[in-house]
Write a protein that binds this ligand. Structure first.
Ligand code: DX5
Ligand code: ZN
Length: 214
């Protein structure tokens, strides 16, 4: 299992310490949740914070944009060294064009689906994607309970991927812990995002390791 801890649940007053913990962990990526108060009912952090994080993080940055018009920021994110740029399908009028622009900038392209958006919406772009990020909570906040219907969506997405020859990884975000992580692993998820489960724990390194070895 690949693991992408979400910094949203970290102690922002001690970000350097939190990042050093992630650097020393078995995590594969660092998940960054950008919220604009328009696409989702919350505001998190933006480019200056990502820039500071990118100078310390040894893990590739997995950026999850919960913002309207994400195509405007492709070059900015590339300059900050993002490895993966995830855009919400619901926020893109011209998804095909945006995926092309992300690749053209040299980043991996991820498309994110809200819990209410069916997997079938990806049928005409799946072969172009490096990953699909399935939201297992409604985006905007950490610490929410896992929506069980996501397990069905992971299986559907796996079928769609395998039937089209796509190599897109399946990433799941929201309410991930040992129990839901185990179910997601059985359903076919490739990457687990975890915020509270990692950063609110007394022993975050052990929690990352536990998810890693699911
Ligand atoms: C929610 C974010 C998540 C969030 C997950 O909108 O996209 O990445 O940090 O937090 P937990 O793991 O606490 O549900
Ligand atoms: Zn996220």
């Amino acid at each position: 299992m690949l693991v992408s801890p979400s910094i949203l649940a970290a102690d922002f007053a001690n970000l350097q310490k939190e990042l050093e913990m992630i650097n020393s962990s078995e995590a594969d990526y660092l998940h960054l949740d950008v919220m604009d108060g328009v696409f989702v009912p919350n505001i998190s952090f933006g480019f200056p914070v990502i820039e500071a994080i990118s100078k310390i993080s040894l893990k590739p940055l997995d950026v999850h944009l919960m913002i309207v018009e994400p195509h405007k920021w492709v070059n900015r994110l590339k300059d900050l060294g993002a490895e993966i740029m995830n855009v919400h399908l619901e926020a893109c009028l011209h998804l095909d064009r945006t995926i092309f622009a992300i690749h053209d900038a040299g980043m991996k392209a991820g498309v994110t689906l809200n819990p209410s958006t069916p997997v079938s919406m990806l049928v005409d772009v799946i072969d172009q994607l490096d990953l699909v990020l399935l939201m297992s909570v409604n985006p905007g906040f950490g610490g929410q309970p896992f929506i069980q219907n996501t397990l069905k969506k992971v299986k559907e997405l796996k079928e769609l991927r395998d039937s089209t020859g796509s190599s897109a990884l399946i990433e799941v975000d929201g309410g991930v812990n040992e129990a839901t992580g185990n179910s997601l692993s059985e359903a076919g998820a490739d990457i687990l995002v975890a915020g509270s489960y990692v950063f609110k724990a007394e022993k975050p390194l052990e929690r990352i390791s536990l998810l890693k070895h699911l």
